[in-house]
Design a protein around this ligand. Structure first.
Ligand code: BES
Ligand code: ZN
Length: 454
């Protein structure tokens, strides 16, 4: 059971922060050497193999045009046949196999890039006053608190700076500190250094809160509402208090994979989106839609993929913190990075009534022109404006690679059981595809000046 899904918006923003803070802290294996899955079913809709010479392909068949209906079939397969695709589950793997088979069917050299990471899981947290009088205080574990149970006296320690702890140390007692001024991580580290066996942080504003330690801490740490903190303080002013603090939480290793398709050795333009979903629902819009558009783009762009050095990617592990894209970027050599001129991220492109694009300035400009040419109205977010959603393009931007994010606003079923294929509009998929095709067409000429990223 994950209590972390309590308030999705705040929680995901928080998670993104954690994720970014953790970017340099883990070192699990990631490679592109994994062989493609053994038996790949033939793709019925395969055509226009990029391994044929572009001229031959063009002579043999009229250029394929992007079909929203064709893309919608992928949404049905991913969200209905397979269903919810939480990171690290067999369903996520089944989706990766499906995607790899489709891409291989279009003639691409396709591989699964495995990676692993540590995911934090909070199962429960409790604070109970044992004496002078029994009372249960509602609490949340701070994200990355270790599990553990401590029954001990409570000592007030200001805001948790080193000088706030009694000089004699805490000798296995619990520290009670106020939120604010320094990071949760520093408060916890200072408490542990002072000998505390656990720490309770009370809010510096009304109500409860959720906080994160950025990485696994040494002692159990929980947060409580300001009111409860002040009550504990009053209790302590009258005499000693005994409290039992218990956190059931810990890390688990999650294994996932990206699916990568290319024709030649290098990628000049990379098109993709994540294929995993949250556990709460089938993830039709988030993000079978972007995966489906990626697949359909791979099909129709196959004749020019070699010449244009187009690569396609479906990222795993996005919903637990952009892991797939981060690991993809980490695996790029400096040459790969400088060769890659643009990443186009498609995430949530099938529901809603407004298009929104964000990312690198150069790509935003090209997308504005593409949209105008197609008669599609798009809202363009300027640099620094929050997208209202973190997604895989961020991993590229962070590495200094130009990236564009194409998505649609607003999905009332975001991260719920109702994020179903029924609500995905094939016409929207088609528009997303046409926008991407236009943009890719504009990227044929080297328009991007070096260093022009944000
Ligand atoms: N698809 C969403 C991001 C998104 C939200 C795109 C709204 C377009 C509109 C993505 O899968 C997601 O949920 N991201 C999280 C952060 C991530 C690091 C877990 C988010 O935005 O809160
Ligand atoms: Zn998403």
């Amino acid at each position: 059971m994950r209590s972390r899904r309590g308030s999705p918006v705040i929680w995901h923003a928080l998670l993104l922060g954690i994720v970014l803070a953790l970017a340099a802290c883990t070192g699990a294996a990631s490679s592109e050497t994994a062989p493609p899955p053994a038996a790949q079913p033939a793709a019925p809709e395969a055509q226009a193999s990029p391994t044929a010479s572009p001229a031959a392909a063009q002579a043999a068949a009229p250029p394929a045009t992007f079909s929203g209906q064709e893309a919608y079939r992928h949404v049905e397969h991913l969200a209905q046949r397979i269903g919810s695709r939480p990171t690290g589950t067999p369903a996520e793997q089944a989706a990766a196999d499906y995607i790899a088979a489709r891409l291989a069917g279009y003639g691409y050299r396709t591989e699964q890039q495995p990676f692993e990471f540590q995911d934090y899981e909070e199962r429960s947290a409790s604070v109970e006053v044992l004496a002078p009088a029994g009372e249960v205080i509602p609490s949340n574990a701070l994200f990355f608190s270790p599990g553990g149970a401590v029954s001990a006296g409570v000592v007030e320690a200001g805001i948790g700076r080193p000088e706030d702890f009694p000089s004699g140390g805490l000798a296995g007692q619990l520290a009670l500190v106020e939120r604010g001024a320094i990071s949760f991580r520093d408060k916890v580290a200072n408490a542990a250094r002072a000998g505390a066996a656990g720490i309770i942080v009370y809010n510096n504003a009304d109500g409860p809160f959720r906080g994160s330690l950025g990485q696994l801490a040494g002692i159990p740490a929980v947060g409580i509402a300001r009111e409860d903190g002040l009550r504990l303080l009053r209790l302590l002013s009258r005499g000693p208090a005994q409290v039992r603090l218990e956190v059931d939480a810990g890390q688990r290793t999650v294994r996932s994979r990206n699916v990568v398709a290319r024709v030649g050795d290098r990628c000049r333009v990379l098109i993709g989106g994540h294929y995993d979903s949250v556990p709460e629902g089938p993830g039709a819009n988030d993000n079978a839609s972007g995966t489906a558009v990626t697949l359909e783009l791979a099909r129709v762009l196959a004749p020019q993929a070699r010449e244009q050095e187009l690569c396609f990617v479906a990222f795993g592990g996005e919903e637990l913190g952009l892991w797939g894209s981060r690991r993809f970027v980490e695996a790029l050599s400096p040459e790969d990075k400088s060769y890659l001129k643009a990443m186009i991220n498609l995430d949530m492109v099938g529901v809603g009534d407004r298009w929104r694009v964000s990312g690198s300035e150069s790509l935003r400009e090209l997308l504005t022109q593409s949209a105008a040419g197609l008669g599609v109205s798009v809202q363009v977010l300027q640099s620094g404006q929050r997208t209202g959603g973190g997604s895989d393009h961020a991993s590229f931007l962070q590495a200094g690679i130009a990236a564009a994010f194409i998505h649609r606003q607003e999905d009332p079923n975001y991260h719920t059981a109702e994020d179903k294929a029924d609500f995905v509009d094939p016409q929207a998929l088609e528009t997303a595809g046409r926008l991407a095709v236009e943009l890719i067409g504009q990227l044929k000429v080297p328009l991007l000046s070096p260093g022009d990223h944000h």
